[in-house]
Design a binder for this molecule. Structure first.
Ligand SMILES: Cc1cc2nc3c(=O)[nH]c(=O)nc-3n(C[C@H](O)[C@H](O)[C@H](O)COP(=O)(O)O)c2cc1C
Length: 200
């Protein structure tokens, strides 16, 4: 194992459960793979630009026909794809905001779901180009949503990663955190048991 990519998307730097449990998981992975480099992409500390016309134009043109602005936008986007492709394991911290992922994490997916790089179009439909790798997703949630129709977080992340070829995805949920002390404690105990099983 060469590189672990940690993608953080909680708006909170302090008191964030997704950050707390991704850190626990990364510590366990580092104990297993001491030589692995950890690269952190903190989408709250450094928000990515949304897709705009300049970037979409840049994606469509050969490099020698791009304007300076299109090249700069393309280079930034390519760097995110390179970072993903260079990582053997990816750990995503994903709070649930309004039943889905944060807009910052959605922006990251918008950059790394890239035609010609992480997937391609074919006559029989799109095909993932990303060699499969292990992805862990730590979700944090005020309520309990696993398997429920209002959960637009796990299905979206599963679909988006699957679309580019990544199928080996494990979710670790921290649920019930706004449901009173007892439920919050239960939610923490559940993720701690799941983390212990990952490390085993
Ligand atoms: C703007 C916002 C929207 C939220 N929407 C939901 C929601 O739709 N469902 C839910 O269960 N919890 C929701 N929550 C609660 C968070 O998922 C919960 O506080 C979680 O712990 C946040 O992740 P973090 O601790 O890593 O910051 C929301 C919190 C915020 C700040």
């Amino acid at each position: 194992m060469q590189q672990i990519l940690v993608v953080q998307s909680s708006a909170r730097q302090n008191g964030s459960l997704s950050r707390e449990y991704t850190a626990n998981l990364v510590a366990k992975l580092q104990a297993q793979y001491p030589a692995a480099k950890v690269v952190t992409r903190d989408l709250a500390a450094q928000a990515l630009p949304h897709l705009d016309e300049t970037l979409l134009n840049g994606w469509m043109k050969p490099v020698d026909q791009q304007t300076d602005a299109e090249r700069a936008a393309s280079d930034r986007s390519n760097a995110l794809v390179d970072e993903l492709l260079a990582s053997d394991v990816v750990v995503i911290g994903s709070p649930m905001y309004n039943f889905g992922i944060t807009s910052t994490l959605k922006a990251w997916f918008d950059h790394v779901l890239r035609a010609g790089r992480t997937f391609k179009y074919t006559e029989t439909g799109p095909v993932g180009l990303t060699p499969d790798r292990k992805v862990f997703v730590v979700t944090s949630r005020g309520g309990r949503h696993q398997g429920m129709p209002q959960d637009h977080q796990q299905p979206y992340i599963t679909t988006a990663l699957g679309f580019i070829g990544i199928k080996d995805v494990t979710f670790l949920h921290v649920e019930g955190q706004s449901m009173g002390e007892e439920e919050a404690g239960k939610g923490r105990a559940e993720v701690e048991a799941a983390l212990a099983a990952v490390a085993a």
